[in-house]
Write a protein that binds this ligand. Structure first.
Ligand SMILES: Nc1ncnc2c1ncn2[C@@H]1O[C@H](COP(=O)(O)OP(=O)(O)O)[C@@H](O)[C@H]1O
Ligand SMILES: [Mg+2]
Length: 252
């Protein structure tokens, strides 16, 4: 697979160096402070998950990285650059792609048309064909439905399509917002398997999930967000064994 960012070597980061770093990030919606100064990092090559209850601030964290909400305080670093002032489009150009909560595919466009929209930065025909064939290999169910309208797909297939569309931008960093939400269990495991394959192709991943079990089983490290603050962090394997996490998020 060649889904990774073609210029990711230009980041000049060694394996293990932080690709993304948020420091003291605060986001407010009117009077509500959704993020109260969070600091997290994702090393190049890692899968990191951000878990926590509904309303904890997970989506807002991803939106702050994509510059879809303004920062009330704090800084964002991507690669070696301070990206706190960039626009959403500049973040995509820099190599960050978001698979939004709820998928947001175009229901009346075909699977292939939905994917092509994700490639608006890379109109190079050959690169686009390569990425399409990588996506077909990653999600054979999509490849069987290339000409079908997006709206006719099942929830799980739409999630695959949303991930495929984000990969069309050839990201160095992929942000996934609750990819397992409302999806049949059989497809959930296919999606998590695809996430691991994408990571092994060289794409760094920040995964937001309420499916704590699957998220921890798939990640290297994790952060627990509670009320807009980081409550716990550490290697996923250690968090999975933490009695507090087991009681709160893993059904005891
Ligand atoms: N557009 C918005 N306007 C006002 N409040 C919002 C908005 N989006 C989210 N919030 C509030 O911010 C907090 C964090 O929301 P969110 O980041 O969506 O949490 P999560 O993704 O963890 O469920 C919640 O209290 C939510 O109600
Ligand atoms: Mg959310």
């Amino acid at each position: 697979m060649r889904v990774g960012h073609p210029t990711r070597r230009a980041f000049e980061l060694a394996e293990g160096e932080a690709l993304l770093e948020l420091q003291g990030v605060r986001v407010k919606y009117g009077g509500i402070e959704a993020l109260r100064g969070i600091s997290i990092y994702v090393r190049r090559g890692e899968i990191v998950s951000l878990i926590g209850a509904n309303g904890a601030g997970k989506t807002t964290t991803l939106k702050s990285i994509m510059r879809l909400v303004p920062l009330a305080a704090g800084t964002l670093r991507f690669g070696k650059r301070d990206v706190s002032q960039l626009t959403t489009e500049e973040m995509v150009e820099a190599g960050v792609s978001l698979v939004p909560e709820g998928r947001a595919i175009f229901p009346s466009l075909t699977v292939r048309e939905n994917l092509e929209l994700g490639a608006y930065l890379h109109r190079d025909k050959r690169a686009m064909k390569e990425t399409l064939s990588d996506i077909a290999e990653l999600f054979p169910r999509l490849a069987e439905r290339w000409r079908q309208e997006g709206g006719t797909l099942s929830g799980g297939e739409q999630q695959m399509l949303a991930i495929g569309r984000a990969l069309m931008a050839r990201p160095a960093l992929l942000l996934l917002d609750e990819p397992s939400l409302g999806i049949a269990p059989k497809l959930v495991s296919q999606i998590f398997r695809a996430v691991r394959r994408i990571a092994s192709a060289g794409v760094t991943i920040l995964l937001v999930e309420q499916n704590t079990h699957m998220a921890l089983a798939t990640s290297h490290r994790a952060y627990v967000l509670r009320g807009g603050e980081i409550a716990l962090e550490g290697p996923a394997i250690r968090l999975a064994a933490n009695p507090e996490i087991q009681a709160a998020y893993l059904g005891g």
